[in-house]
Ligand binder design. Structure first.
Ligand SMILES: Cc1cc2nc3c(=O)[nH]c(=O)nc-3n(C[C@H](O)[C@H](O)[C@H](O)COP(=O)(O)O)c2cc1C
Length: 215
């Protein structure tokens, strides 16, 4: 069995956490680097990630995050913040393409910007949805990194987007004109002494329902 599959087999979302557990700087960097190094469509990286360890800010986020235990009990919450359409297409795309494609390949730069615009306008989804999809790839990647670091996590989309944004804005952590909250992830150490520390046991559909090989 691969190391990745072994990690996936063993990971289970943590719903209760040891309150005084803190991330080391190395762990925080490994987590954040995993989000940064994950792939994205056209390499456009249309989001950035906050790791909020600050307890007071997390207390303020609690209600907006549907009072979930992880928001304050965990060692930190990672929040993916996506760029809104105008900033995304007018500013961010251009910056990314300039970074990813050398200056002497101007045609390719132009093609990339035009191509991304065309692809996005032909997909049956909004720009915001496309942006969120890229963030979820990064979320999926960091889940396994956390597992490898011996940390417990729970992805989380159970929050009010607008209310979380208000708290982040108060602390100058988001520019709501250009950015939108996409998804979060609690990270820390599970507290197995608390009831419902994991929902139940890890269960999945049988393999024959989940996938099919076509040769
Ligand atoms: C995108 C996403 C959002 C989720 N949001 C929440 C959440 O807000 N609260 C929660 O307790 N669990 C949340 N979960 C955890 C799922 O319930 C959990 O991953 C699922 O039941 C499978 O269990 P496992 O992660 O233990 O394998 C979320 C999972 C994903 C992938």
């Amino acid at each position: 069995m691969t190391k990745s599959l072994e990690l996936l087999n063993n990971r289970i979302s943590a719903k209760r956490y040891i309150e005084d557990f803190k991330l080391t700087d190395e762990q925080a960097t490994e987590l954040l680097e995993s989000t940064r190094l994950a792939p994205s469509s056209f390499g456009l990286e249309p989001f950035r990630v906050l790791l909020i360890e600050n307890k007071e800010i997390r207390e303020e986020l609690k209600e907006a995050w549907w009072n979930q235990f992880g928001i304050t009990q965990s060692a930190g919450i990672m929040i993916w913040v996506g760029y809104r359409e105008e900033y995304l297409t007018q500013t961010h795309f251009v910056e990314q393409v300039e970074r990813n494609i050398p200056v002497e390949f101007k045609d390719i730069r132009d093609m990339m910007i035009g191509g991304a615009g065309t692809v996005l306008s032909t997909l049956e989804m909004t720009r915001d949805e496309w942006t969120a999809r890229q963030a979820y790839i990064s979320l999926g990647t960091v889940l396994n990194t956390a597992q490898e670091l011996g940390l417990d996590t729970c992805p989380s989309e159970g929050f009010s987007q607008a209310d979380v944004a208000k708290v982040l804005e108060k602390h100058n952590l988001i520019d709501t004109k250009n950015e939108k909250v996409l998804v979060g992830m609690f990270v820390g150490k599970v507290d197995t002494t608390q009831e419902f520390h994991h929902s139940f046991t890890k269960t999945r559909r049988p393999a024959d329902k989940a996938y099919k090989i076509v040769k």
